[in-house]
Ligand binder design. Sequence first.
Ligand code: HPA
Length: 261
Amino acid sequence: MTVRIAIIGGTGVYDPNILSNVRQKRLETPFGPAWVKIGTYQGREVAFMARHGEDHSVPPHLVNYRANIWGLRQLGVKNVFATAAVGSLNPEMKPKQFVFVDQFLDFTRSRVQTFVEKGVVHLDMTDPYCPELRMTLARAAQELELEYHAKGIYVCTEGPRFETPAEIRMFRQLGGDLVGMTSVPEVVLAREAGICYATIAMVTNFAAGISPTRLSHQEVVDVMAENAGNLRRLVMRAIELLDPDRTCLCHESPLDPSAVK
Ligand code: HPA
């Protein structure tokens, strides 16, 4: 059976414990190896990838995003649900709420954003996050009576440090709602690979200068852990609602595989 659906687990999400018959697989890609666990959920093959490694040893700026997304493409994956811990700049988006991000602002600095190394691809970014997957997530969250926002603008920073309050004020003025360190280039590469991609952002804290306390990675991990059950139920329901063999505009990538490294 082909694997059509993948979950990319971000901070606090390291275990594909919704899957049965799990097997580990090392994927060889032109960009280096990637690791996935593949199992079944409700008769469907689902891949799980821990973005930072299962021991959270890979920081956001050093994740091999190209190997991860190319590896999923090689498996035949067409739909990715990616989880992301985020800080909030928007008073309406509160800790423990889910946001199904629809746009990003890119403040990364050192990350390769394309698979193409021979020739040029200018990729359309009108809908970076798949509208159908986002709708599926909103439907699942509604059914489960979870608190969620159907859209939000994700500011991606280079990290691994947190932001200064001055940076957060700037991001707010630019229209950002959330801040995190991983969505770019992951979403960009998924688009280039012709994969539908949606981010399940979970607010873990108010951002620097808005939060009354200093930020720590532990705080982020603790809030993720408190909400892990809700996240699991949301992903399970979204997978159930999804037709894994549907077609989508996201699948129409201009990528010429022979132009890849
Ligand atoms: N900033 C950047 N990334 C984050 C934050 C934050 O405040 N919280 C969780 N991930």
